[in-house]
Ligand binder design. Structure first.
Ligand SMILES: NC(=O)c1ccc[n+]([C@@H]2O[C@H](COP(=O)([O-])OP(=O)(O)OC[C@H]3O[C@@H](n4cnc5c(N)ncnc54)[C@H](OP(=O)(O)O)[C@@H]3O)[C@@H](O)[C@H]2O)c1
Length: 338
């Protein structure tokens, strides 16, 4: 089979494809022919040394994939040859407390990921791909989709009448926009791109604020809610956006802390944090039980992931560059089968 590996980090030239032996499924494992993978900002963060956790070079990158089971090992009852599956972002976090292996299991950072033609993996580390989705669409669910689901679904689920703020037009934010609309919540989106405003509105955003034009965008968002603030902020910006998110959030609302897209880090004002009256919940994608709930919600609502562009397997570097450019709206996918 062919597989990509990062020989070292820092340059996309170090992402190289090579011929490797086909993996064989062991007891309890399925062999997946990977059809598509999708990229997340973490794949760029790992490349650029911006990932906040340990990352070792030499591994197959990318956490999110969809494919077809082509063989099963001894004792596999959950799947059969021909089943369509997607990867679980955390292969051994099934529910409850996070396992101690959460870091060493991290695809592309400490263990081999999915940018390859075949992968042998525990039957517990994949779930069924919803029937209505293509492999390309399915490959977008494991990280961005589940993270948005976790941010909105619990422990206080977003429902009709709530308001949700999503930052920028990347993968997590667009899934949050779609999921919030699916339950009848109002969505306010931000973007730095005038060209993306109409697309965000067409996807269901009631209002769009340009955060590049208005550094006080948190205040502008609050004004759009009649001064009350939003019930939930899907916070993907991190250190450079948290102050404005605290301005935008309602008393008793919640900041779902997800990302670190911003490069500046001016620090947090304790009194602003306390005075916001909001709670702050840290999110680490989600567990397998959450992924099952999320895929059921996708099937029930007919949600179609927003794919910006699909690249071919031999265009993997171009796909990484495109994601890094920030020109995308939604997900960047690589079709692995040729
Ligand atoms: N903790 C977790 O569980 C978890 C899970 C998934 C992702 N994440 C993190 O969440 C973040 C988003 O991931 P992603 O894969 O969705 O990213 P992505 O698709 O690469 O999103 C990029 C988009 O975000 C917007 N953006 C960039 N810098 C921004 C800033 N300073 N303020 C507001 N928006 C900004 C831009 O949109 P416009 O062009 O519209 O301005 C850009 O196009 C990343 O930091 C990622 O590592 C964390």
């Amino acid at each position: 089979m062919q597989a990509y590996r990062f020989n070292s980090f820092g340059s996309l030239d170090e992402l190289q494809v090579r011929e490797e032996p086909d993996p064989q499924p062991q007891r309890g494992e399925v062999l997946v022919r990977v059809h598509a993978v999708s990229l997340n900002f973490r794949d760029i963060a790992i490349l650029r040394g911006r990932y906040p956790r340990k990352a070792v070079p030499g591994l197959i990158p990318v956490s999110d994939a969809a494919g077809e089971v082509v063989a099963v090992g001894e004792g596999v009852a959950a799947f059969k040859v021909g089943d369509r599956v997607i990867s679980a972002f955390h292969p051994r976090w099934f529910g409850g407390e996070m396992p101690s292996t959460i870091q060493s299991d991290s695809y592309g950072a400490e263990s081999d990921g999915w940018l390859c033609e075949l992968k042998a993996i525990s039957q517990e580390a994949v779930v069924r791909l919803p029937d209505a989705l293509s492999y390309e669409e399915g490959s977008t669910l494991p990280c961005a989709g589940l993270t948005a689901w976790t941010a909105l679904a619990g422990p206080t689920p977003i429902r009709a009448g709530h308001s949700v703020l999503v930052l920028g037009s990347g993968g997590v934010s667009l899934f949050a926009l779609q999921l919030a609309r699916a339950v009848g919540a109002q969505v306010i989106a931000t973007t730095s791109s005038a060209a993306k405003v109409d697309q965000l509105k067409a996807l269901g955003a009631a209002e769009v604020v340009n955060y590049a034009d208005d550094p006080q965008w948190g205040k502008a968002v609050r004004a759009l809610t009649g001064g009350r603030g939003v019930d939930r902020v899907v916070e993907v910006g991190g250190p450079g956006t948290i102050a404005q998110s605290l301005r935008a959030v309602a008393l008793g609302g919640e900041i779902a802390s997800i990302g670190f897209l911003s490069t500046e880090n001016p620090g947090i004002d304790f009194f602003q944090l306390k005075g916001s009256g909001a709670s702050f919940r840290n999110i680490t994608v989600g567990d397998r039980a959450g992924l099952l709930e999320f895929t059921r919600a996708v099937a029930a609502t007919g949600l179609k992931p927003v794919i910006d562009r699909v690249f071919a397997f031999d265009e993997a570097r171009e796909a990484f560059s495109h994601l890094e450019s920030g020109a995308h709206l939604g997900k960047v996918v690589i079709r692995v089968v040729r």
